[in-house]
Design a protein around this ligand. Structure first.
Ligand code: CP
Length: 317
């Protein structure tokens, strides 16, 4: 007798880094996210599945998006907070994975730590692991962002994005996914010393070359692109994490997305992964203004989560 449902499949998929996915898989997840948003998908394809929702760090959007998505798809969920697993008392990640994989079909996990820990959780067969944000990458944020871009621009191919702010896990995921689409542009303007990690920059540059898209990164607020369809920023302190440099605010100050910057892009939408600090990375006038789609973007996290869970847990045949 197996303790697990019949939902998990031998070829079940994990989503740990977008670099693990083929461009066609990213496209399929985005298409599916849009279909869920438009009510074009019905039924409960995950009926019988049990999904663990394990968040060691705070979350409003991602945790709720995956919990709600799993329930809407017919799965049942078990929520684990930061103090709930014996990992806290010294049980190894490997032993934890051996146990959970015998009981769960999927594990949605925010460690805000290393991606290697997620790979260790995903090592035993049977349980799909989804990265709900590690220190290095926030893949499900990017998939929701691409879903948002598809819904607002009609296509991701050809989208021109100006990203202003830290080269954090959200920026990394955007770089590793937008560059897989044809003719896209990603212009990153990041505070000095807070750019993309080198391995992400190099990987994304390779993708850009393959797809014919453009990836540019600058540590200055000069040389901005002449045109953009999306102006994107993120909170300066991801999950509230303090920065070691006591002067970091003065380094970040020129990188605020205010009304003047947005006025330079009269046809652009404003995106923000949230949570926001009005008066820091952007202003109230921009975030709450008519060109902000930040809250629709947040809503798309649930549709993106539905697409990710379906892709990871159900058979594609
Ligand atoms: N954007 C995002 O990941 O939000 P949460 O931290 O609230 O999940």
């Amino acid at each position: 007798m197996t303790a697990r449902s019949s939902i998990g499949r031998p070829d079940r998929a994990d989503l740990i880094s977008l670099a693990d996915l083929e461009p066609a898989e990213i496209r399929e997840i985005v298409r599916s996210g849009v279909a869920h948003a438009e009510g074009a998908r019905t039924g409960e394809p995950l009926a019988g599945a049990v999904i663990g929702i394990y968040f060691r760090k705070t979350s409003t959007r991602t945790r709720t998006a995956f919990s709600s998505a799993a329930l809407r798809l017919g799965a049942r969920i078990i929520g684990y907070g930061p103090g709930d697993l014996q990992l806290n008392t010294g049980e190894t990640v490997e032993d934890t994975a051996q146990v959970l994989s015998r009981m769960l079909d999927g594990l949605v996990c925010r460690t805000a730590g290393s991606t290697e820990e997620l790979r260790a959780l995903a090592a035993p067969p049977g349980m799909s692991v989804v990265n709900a944000m590690s220190a290095h990458e926030h893949p499900t944020q990017a998939l929701a962002d691409l879903t948002t871009i598809q819904r607002h621009l009609g296509a991701v191919d050809g989208a021109r994005v100006l990203y202003v702010g830290e080269g954090n896990s959200t920026a990394a995921a955007l770089a590793l996914s937008l560059t897989r689409f044809e003719g896209t542009e990603l212009h990153l303007h990041t505070p000095p010393g807070y750019g993309l990690e080198p391995h992400v920059r190099e990987q994304a540059a390779r993708y850009a070359e393959e797809s014919g898209s453009l990836l540019r990164e600058s540590e200055e607020m000069t040389g901005l692109p002449a045109e953009a369809d999306i102006v994107y920023t993120t909170r300066w302190q991801t999950t509230g994490t303090a920065k070691p440099d006591p002067d970091w605010r003065s380094v970040f100050a020129p990188f605020q997305v205010g009304g003047e910057l947005l006025a330079g892009y009269p046809d652009a939408w404003f995106m923000h992964d949230l949570p926001a600090h009005r008066g820091e990375e952007t202003t109230a006038a921009v975030l709450d203004g008519p060109r902000s789609i930040a809250f629709d973007q947040a809503g798309n996290k649930m549709y993106g989560a539905m697409a990710v869970l379906e892709w990871a847990l159900t058979s594609r045949t």
